[in-house]
Design a protein around this ligand. Sequence first.
Ligand code: UGA
Length: 394
Amino acid sequence: MQAEATLCLPAKASGTGRFLGGVLVYKADMMVSSAGVPRSTDGALPERIAVLGGGGFLGSHLTAALLDQGAQVVVLDRSLGKLGRDTTDNPRLRCVAGSVDDGALLETSLDGCDAVVSMTALCNPSLYNTVPQDVIRANFLDLLPLVDLCSRKGCWLVHLSTCEVYGRGDPSAFLREDSTPLVLGPVQSERWSYACAKQLLERWIWAQGIHGTLPFTIVRPFNIIGPRMDYLPGIDGEGVPRVLACFMAALLRQEPLPLVDGGQQRRAFASVRDFCDAMLAILRTPGRCQGQIFNVGNADNDISISELARHMVAVYAERHGGDPTLPCRPVSAQSYYGTGYDDVARRIPDLAYIEARVGWRARISLAEMLPEIVDDYVARYRNRVGSPQVAVTR
Ligand code: UGA
């Protein structure tokens, strides 16, 4: 278990009773077990929860999971397209079509909410060096009023940050919330515009919680994947989506999979189902989770991108009759993403802290999750890209 003290308030601050959203609450109000972990009196979900960005990939899954658990949910999003009929028909869901940068709409959307999960983001690496102003605006500037609003209302802000804040540090290290340095590249390397915006927002939220009155939790997801993830280029979006959708686009067309700079980079992928379970565990335990930063991911699913490509070719071939020998196509990062792109060699989450705090750990292996994801893309796009059995272009 990670040392709790490292995420606690500085000693001089404790006892002031000022930091209702921060760790001080643990110290002052909660019983501490012999292991040093506060015993929670938590258990139920907040009654009404706002999910900002609830129409997106992660948001649509989380919204469905919250409704399943009996919560009342308000979704604010520009697009509600990923919410299924089962979800939108639920009488406990209120959908608001709009943007978080509309202050009045944001304020009314949060009315009566005990917690807000903030998930809006521009989180596609191909944008970080091509439209960095949009990226910094969406991931930092647009969200400052939200943080102030939550402070004012005393509404618990559960903010979705990112594993990207760790930057391009030591690939052999497990990344820990309380001790791993956040190492970003130079300003000229615009890949880091996203990580930097997300990091500064984390620091702002942290400061507003520890030195102000904001009840907050920060979550850093690590490469969460699942059904309904990204668009397919040329069909319902343009440019380069994240790797899973890039590979699916190639598989559906039975074209070689684009492998950036050799594909030796590694990622630890986690299932969106595990992600939702982690979020439910956090939302059920404000006493243990407010004032905290948590990694959410699955270290056991650490895999190189070239191995991921091989797995996806095999799963697709087995389930949808594609070519099991479909090759990869080498592409340079420079030509694929343009100037200013940078890559992360590897990032493995240390998950001891969230497990100690709320008892959550990821359970779903890559082998278990890939079939469902592949099937989802095939179901949604098969008829839009033509036959998946077209001849292979080598
Ligand atoms: C992503 C994004 O920054 C965010 O969505 C998020 O914060 C985080 O990581 C996440 O998903 O949790 P990254 O892991 O680089 O960044 O995401 P991908 O675009 O999926 O790329 C993964 C790796 O695959 C990279 O090394 C990339 O160069 C490679 N890649 C990507 C390919 O080899 N081929 C492709 O067609 C696309």
